[in-house]
Design a protein around this ligand. Structure first.
Ligand SMILES: Cc1ncc(COP(=O)(O)O)c(C=O)c1O
Length: 483
């Protein structure tokens, strides 16, 4: 299939093709890519050739050489309604005809206002003030800066952020600082600021060595009484951290219910409820990073709904535009917004981006919210949860599988090298790339996080397609790791 630049008419529009352009057109996309393009999270020396995608439709992607691949991770967790959706295509075209972009500092526009109204109506209660940015990382940066200045504007110097082990909040400096210290952040250690890290409820690898059935979410600190656990463990708990941090704590930042890139850790809802309760008790802000979990992915429109809580600030991105365009959204309460209102202009929130509130992205987000409602997308994800659970359950007894866990539209298989000790290779485990190639050979695009293999398909995937997907996961794990 020719790409857009190679049609005779488009060449004609640009005048005679240069010898250089002719030479480029004779090469494949992969060859041209290799000459100049630097890919994210990719070791460019040892990588396999990139997959040249020329078209998408529904859950499928089509390659330059005519292969069809099922998009098993929703193109880095963004696509929920499927590729090239006619309704979203039409919304994009209509908005492009009216207004493609305008500065959002002096100006406003219908899609920006309407999206804010729609989000406030859909979000957990109390989140009323909508600030736009560009992506998930900037949505988190904005939240952290907002929380910090909220205290400064009230004359308090609160410097500490509490985050959780296994967290991933993005790749900008603040978001990296808040994320777990890891392979991803270590090269940048000199640039990062300190945060305090508390236990996450990673039940398969319980930080306190307890069992979920009887633990009473002790990793939160709730119910941990002297004598039941060691002092050292006590000091590791979120409650203790909050007490020690005292009034120096600006906010607690968490990924509600599902910690994504840090290992696809699924939470008990009680932990999330406890985070809210502790933040309220100790008078610190709670920031919910729903960049991954927002817009139905966990089987609720927002993951905070699993515990019936509202954070003080929520961060959104990824699926917000249905996977079409980048957009970050940070939504705060009136109380936070009010702390920035002043005749003193130094209290202004000095943050913005060239593309803040981009009308095309906002128009797509509105159209995507309509589709979520009209197609019953959240109920679809709840059905998908059942299909993934059924399809992946047999893998639990596989000798290389430590745990199978499913939340909403995310099915996770944690591989181990020793089932008894739960030893595992982590992100750099070469099992990841080996599995990726074996999945590709079967027409499935997945990208395991090392030993964490997961599927997170667009919500429109059918029951049969899900059965096919989980069968490929099981067969490939057998093929690569031995039955
Ligand atoms: C929970 C969470 N927060 C923030 C981010 C960063 O988003 P982006 O990649 O759009 O910068 C991600 C990305 O995976 C994420 O999962």
């Amino acid at each position: 299939m020719p790409d857009a630049g190679s049609s005779p008419s488009s060449a004609g529009n640009r005048g005679p093709a240069s010898p250089l352009r002719n030479a480029n057109l004779a090469q494949s996309l992969v060859e041209r890519d290799g000459a100049h393009v630097w890919h994210p999270y990719t070791q460019m020396r040892t990588r396999p050739d990139p997959i040249p995608i020329v078209r998408g439709e529904g859950v499928y992607l089509f390659t330059e050489d005519g292969r069809r691949l099922l998009d098993g991770t929703s193109s880095w967790w963004v696509n929920i309604h499927g590729h090239a959706h006619p309704v979203l295509n039409a919304a994009l075209a209509a908005q492009a005809q009216a207004l493609e972009h305008v500065i959002f500092a002096n100006c406003t526009h219908r899609p920006g206002v309407e999206l804010a109204e729609r989000l406030v109506a859909a979000l957990p209660s109390g989140l009323t003030r909508v600030f736009y940015s560009d992506n998930g990382s900037t949505a988190v940066e904005v939240a952290m800066k907002m929380a910090s200045q909220y205290w400064t504007n009230q004359g308090e110097r609160r410097r500490t952020f509490i985050t959780l082990h296994h967290a991933y909040h993005g790749d900008t400096v603040g978001a990296m600082s808040a994320s777990e210290t890891s392979l991803f952040t270590e090269p940048f250690a000199p640039m990062l600021f300190d945060v305090v890290r508390a236990h996450a409820p990673y039940c398969y690898r319980c930080p306190l060595g307890l069992e979920r059935a009887t633990c009473d979410v002790a990793c939160l600190g709730d119910g941990v009484r002297p004598g039941e656990v060691t002092l050292e463990t006590w000091l590791e708990t979120l409650a203790t951290r909050l007490e020690r941090g005292g009034s120096d704590v600006a906010a607690v930042l968490v990924e509600p219910m599902l910690q994504g890139a840090g290992g696809m850790v699924v939470w008990p809802a009680e932990f999330l409820a406890g985070v809210r309760r502790l933040c309220t008790e100790h008078g610190v802000l709670m920031i919910a990073d729903e960049v991954l979990t927002g817009f139905g992915r966990t089987g609720r429109l927002f993951a905070c709904e699993h515990a019936g809580i509202s954070p003080d600030i929520i961060c959104l991105s990824k699926a917000v535009t249905g996977g079409y365009l980048p957009l970050g959204v940070t939504v705060a309460t009136d109380a936070i917004y009010d702390a920035f209102l002043s005749d003193d202009r130094t209290r202004t929130f000095f943050h913005g981006h060239s593309f803040t509130g981009n009308p095309l992205a906002c128009a797509l987000a509105i159209a995507s919210l309509d589709l979520i409602q009209e197609t019953g997308a959240v109920e679809r994800v709840q059905r998908l949860e059942g299909w993934l659970t059924r399809g992946l359950a047999p893998l639990a007894s596989h000798p290389s599988v430590g745990e199978v866990r499913v939340l909403g539209g995310v099915g996770i298989v944690e591989l181990v090298s020793d089932k008894r000790t739960r030893a595992a290779g982590g992100y750099l485990d070469d099992v990841g790339p080996r599995l990726t190639q074996a999945f590709l050979a079967r027409g499935l695009l997945l990208r395991p996080l090392g030993n964490i293999v997961y599927a997170m398909p667009p919500y429109i995937i059918t029951e049969d397609e899900t059965a096919w997907l989980t069968t490929q996961m099981a067969e490939v794990i057998d093929e690569v790791l031995g039955a």
